[in-house]
Ligand binder design. Structure first.
Ligand code: ZN
Length: 102
């Protein structure tokens, strides 16, 4: 079992779990309930975590997560031809040369 993601926002971690499960990757949430009596632990210690059960699918899971993270970033756009993430400064899709913003 491998940890692939951690974020302070449980909603975001849950979304990623759903996404991975849609791809057939079994995973589970840890720290999905906030512990009472905060103060002893640094905030990072109680962030919800996403774990992939099958170690061999870890790389695949991280790749998917990266893609979602990029899509959430306002500095990127998703090519409507091939679905790749592109940085905002790119005028063409780096992959297929499509120009979706024209
Ligand atoms: Zn493209």
């Amino acid at each position: 079992m491998q940890k692939v993601y951690s974020h302070e926002n449980l909603f975001q971690v849950s979304n990623l779990k759903q996404l991975l499960e849609q791809q057939g990757i079994d995973c589970l949430l840890r720290n999905d309930q906030l512990r009472g009596g905060a103060g002893e632990l640094a905030p990072g210690d109680v962030w919800p975590e996403l774990w992939v059960l099958d170690d061999s699918r870890k790389a695949e899971a991280i790749k998917l997560i990266d893609k979602v993270e990029l899509a959430n970033d306002t500095d990127t756009w998703i090519c409507n031809e091939c679905g790749e993430s592109n940085h905002a400064s790119f005028e063409h899709c780096w992959k297929c040369r499509n120009e979706p913003r024209l």
